[in-house]
Design a protein around this ligand. Sequence first.
Ligand SMILES: [Mn+2]
Length: 193
Amino acid sequence: MLEVGTGVREMAGEAVSGDQAGYWYLAHGDLLACLVDGLGHGESAFQAANQCLATVEQIHTHPISEILQVCNEELRNTRGVAIGLALIQPENNQLKYCGVGNIRATITGHHLRKLVSIGGILGCEPKVQRPILTVPFEIGKDSFVLCSDGMSADMPHSMYQCKPLYPNLNTLIDELLCQWASLNDDASMMIVR
Ligand SMILES: [Mn+2]
C-alpha cells in the first residue's frame, strides 16, 4: 500500500497556513494526492485552500481533469489557489498529474522526473485546460514529492527513497520543513512512496 507523509507550516507571524494537503485512498490501492497553496498568506489564503480541499473531498473519485474544472468554479468567491493534483495507480505502475500555478512535483528514485505545472490560478481561470501527464511510477522504487513555493528549490531530492534512514515519512518531512521552508511564506510538502 502507498505510504503518505504530509507537512504544513504557516508563515512566521501568521496563526494559520494558506498551504494545505489532502489525500484519499481509492479502490485498487489507488491514491489521490493534493497539495494546495492559497494565494498570499493568512486567513483568506487558509479559507481558499480549505474550500479547495473540501471540494476535492466531495468528488475525489472523479477524473482529475474534472476535479480541477469543478474547483475552478467553486473557488470563484475566494482569492484562488495553486494546486498539484495526482492520481497514483500502483497496480498499473503509473501516475497521472496535473498542476495549476506554482506547485513543484517530482518523481525520485527509479523513474526520476520533474512534472511541469502550468501557470495560472485555480478559481480565477476562464476554463482549466491543462494536459494530464501520465508517467511511470513503481511502488517500492519511486517516491512522489509535492512542494509549495515556500520550500526552497535547493532542497535535495535524493533521500526520500531511503527507508532504512527514514522509516517514518512525517519525521523526514518535519526535518525538511525545518531546513528548507521559507519564513516569509507558508510552506508545505507531501511525499508518497
Ligand atoms: Mn506560497
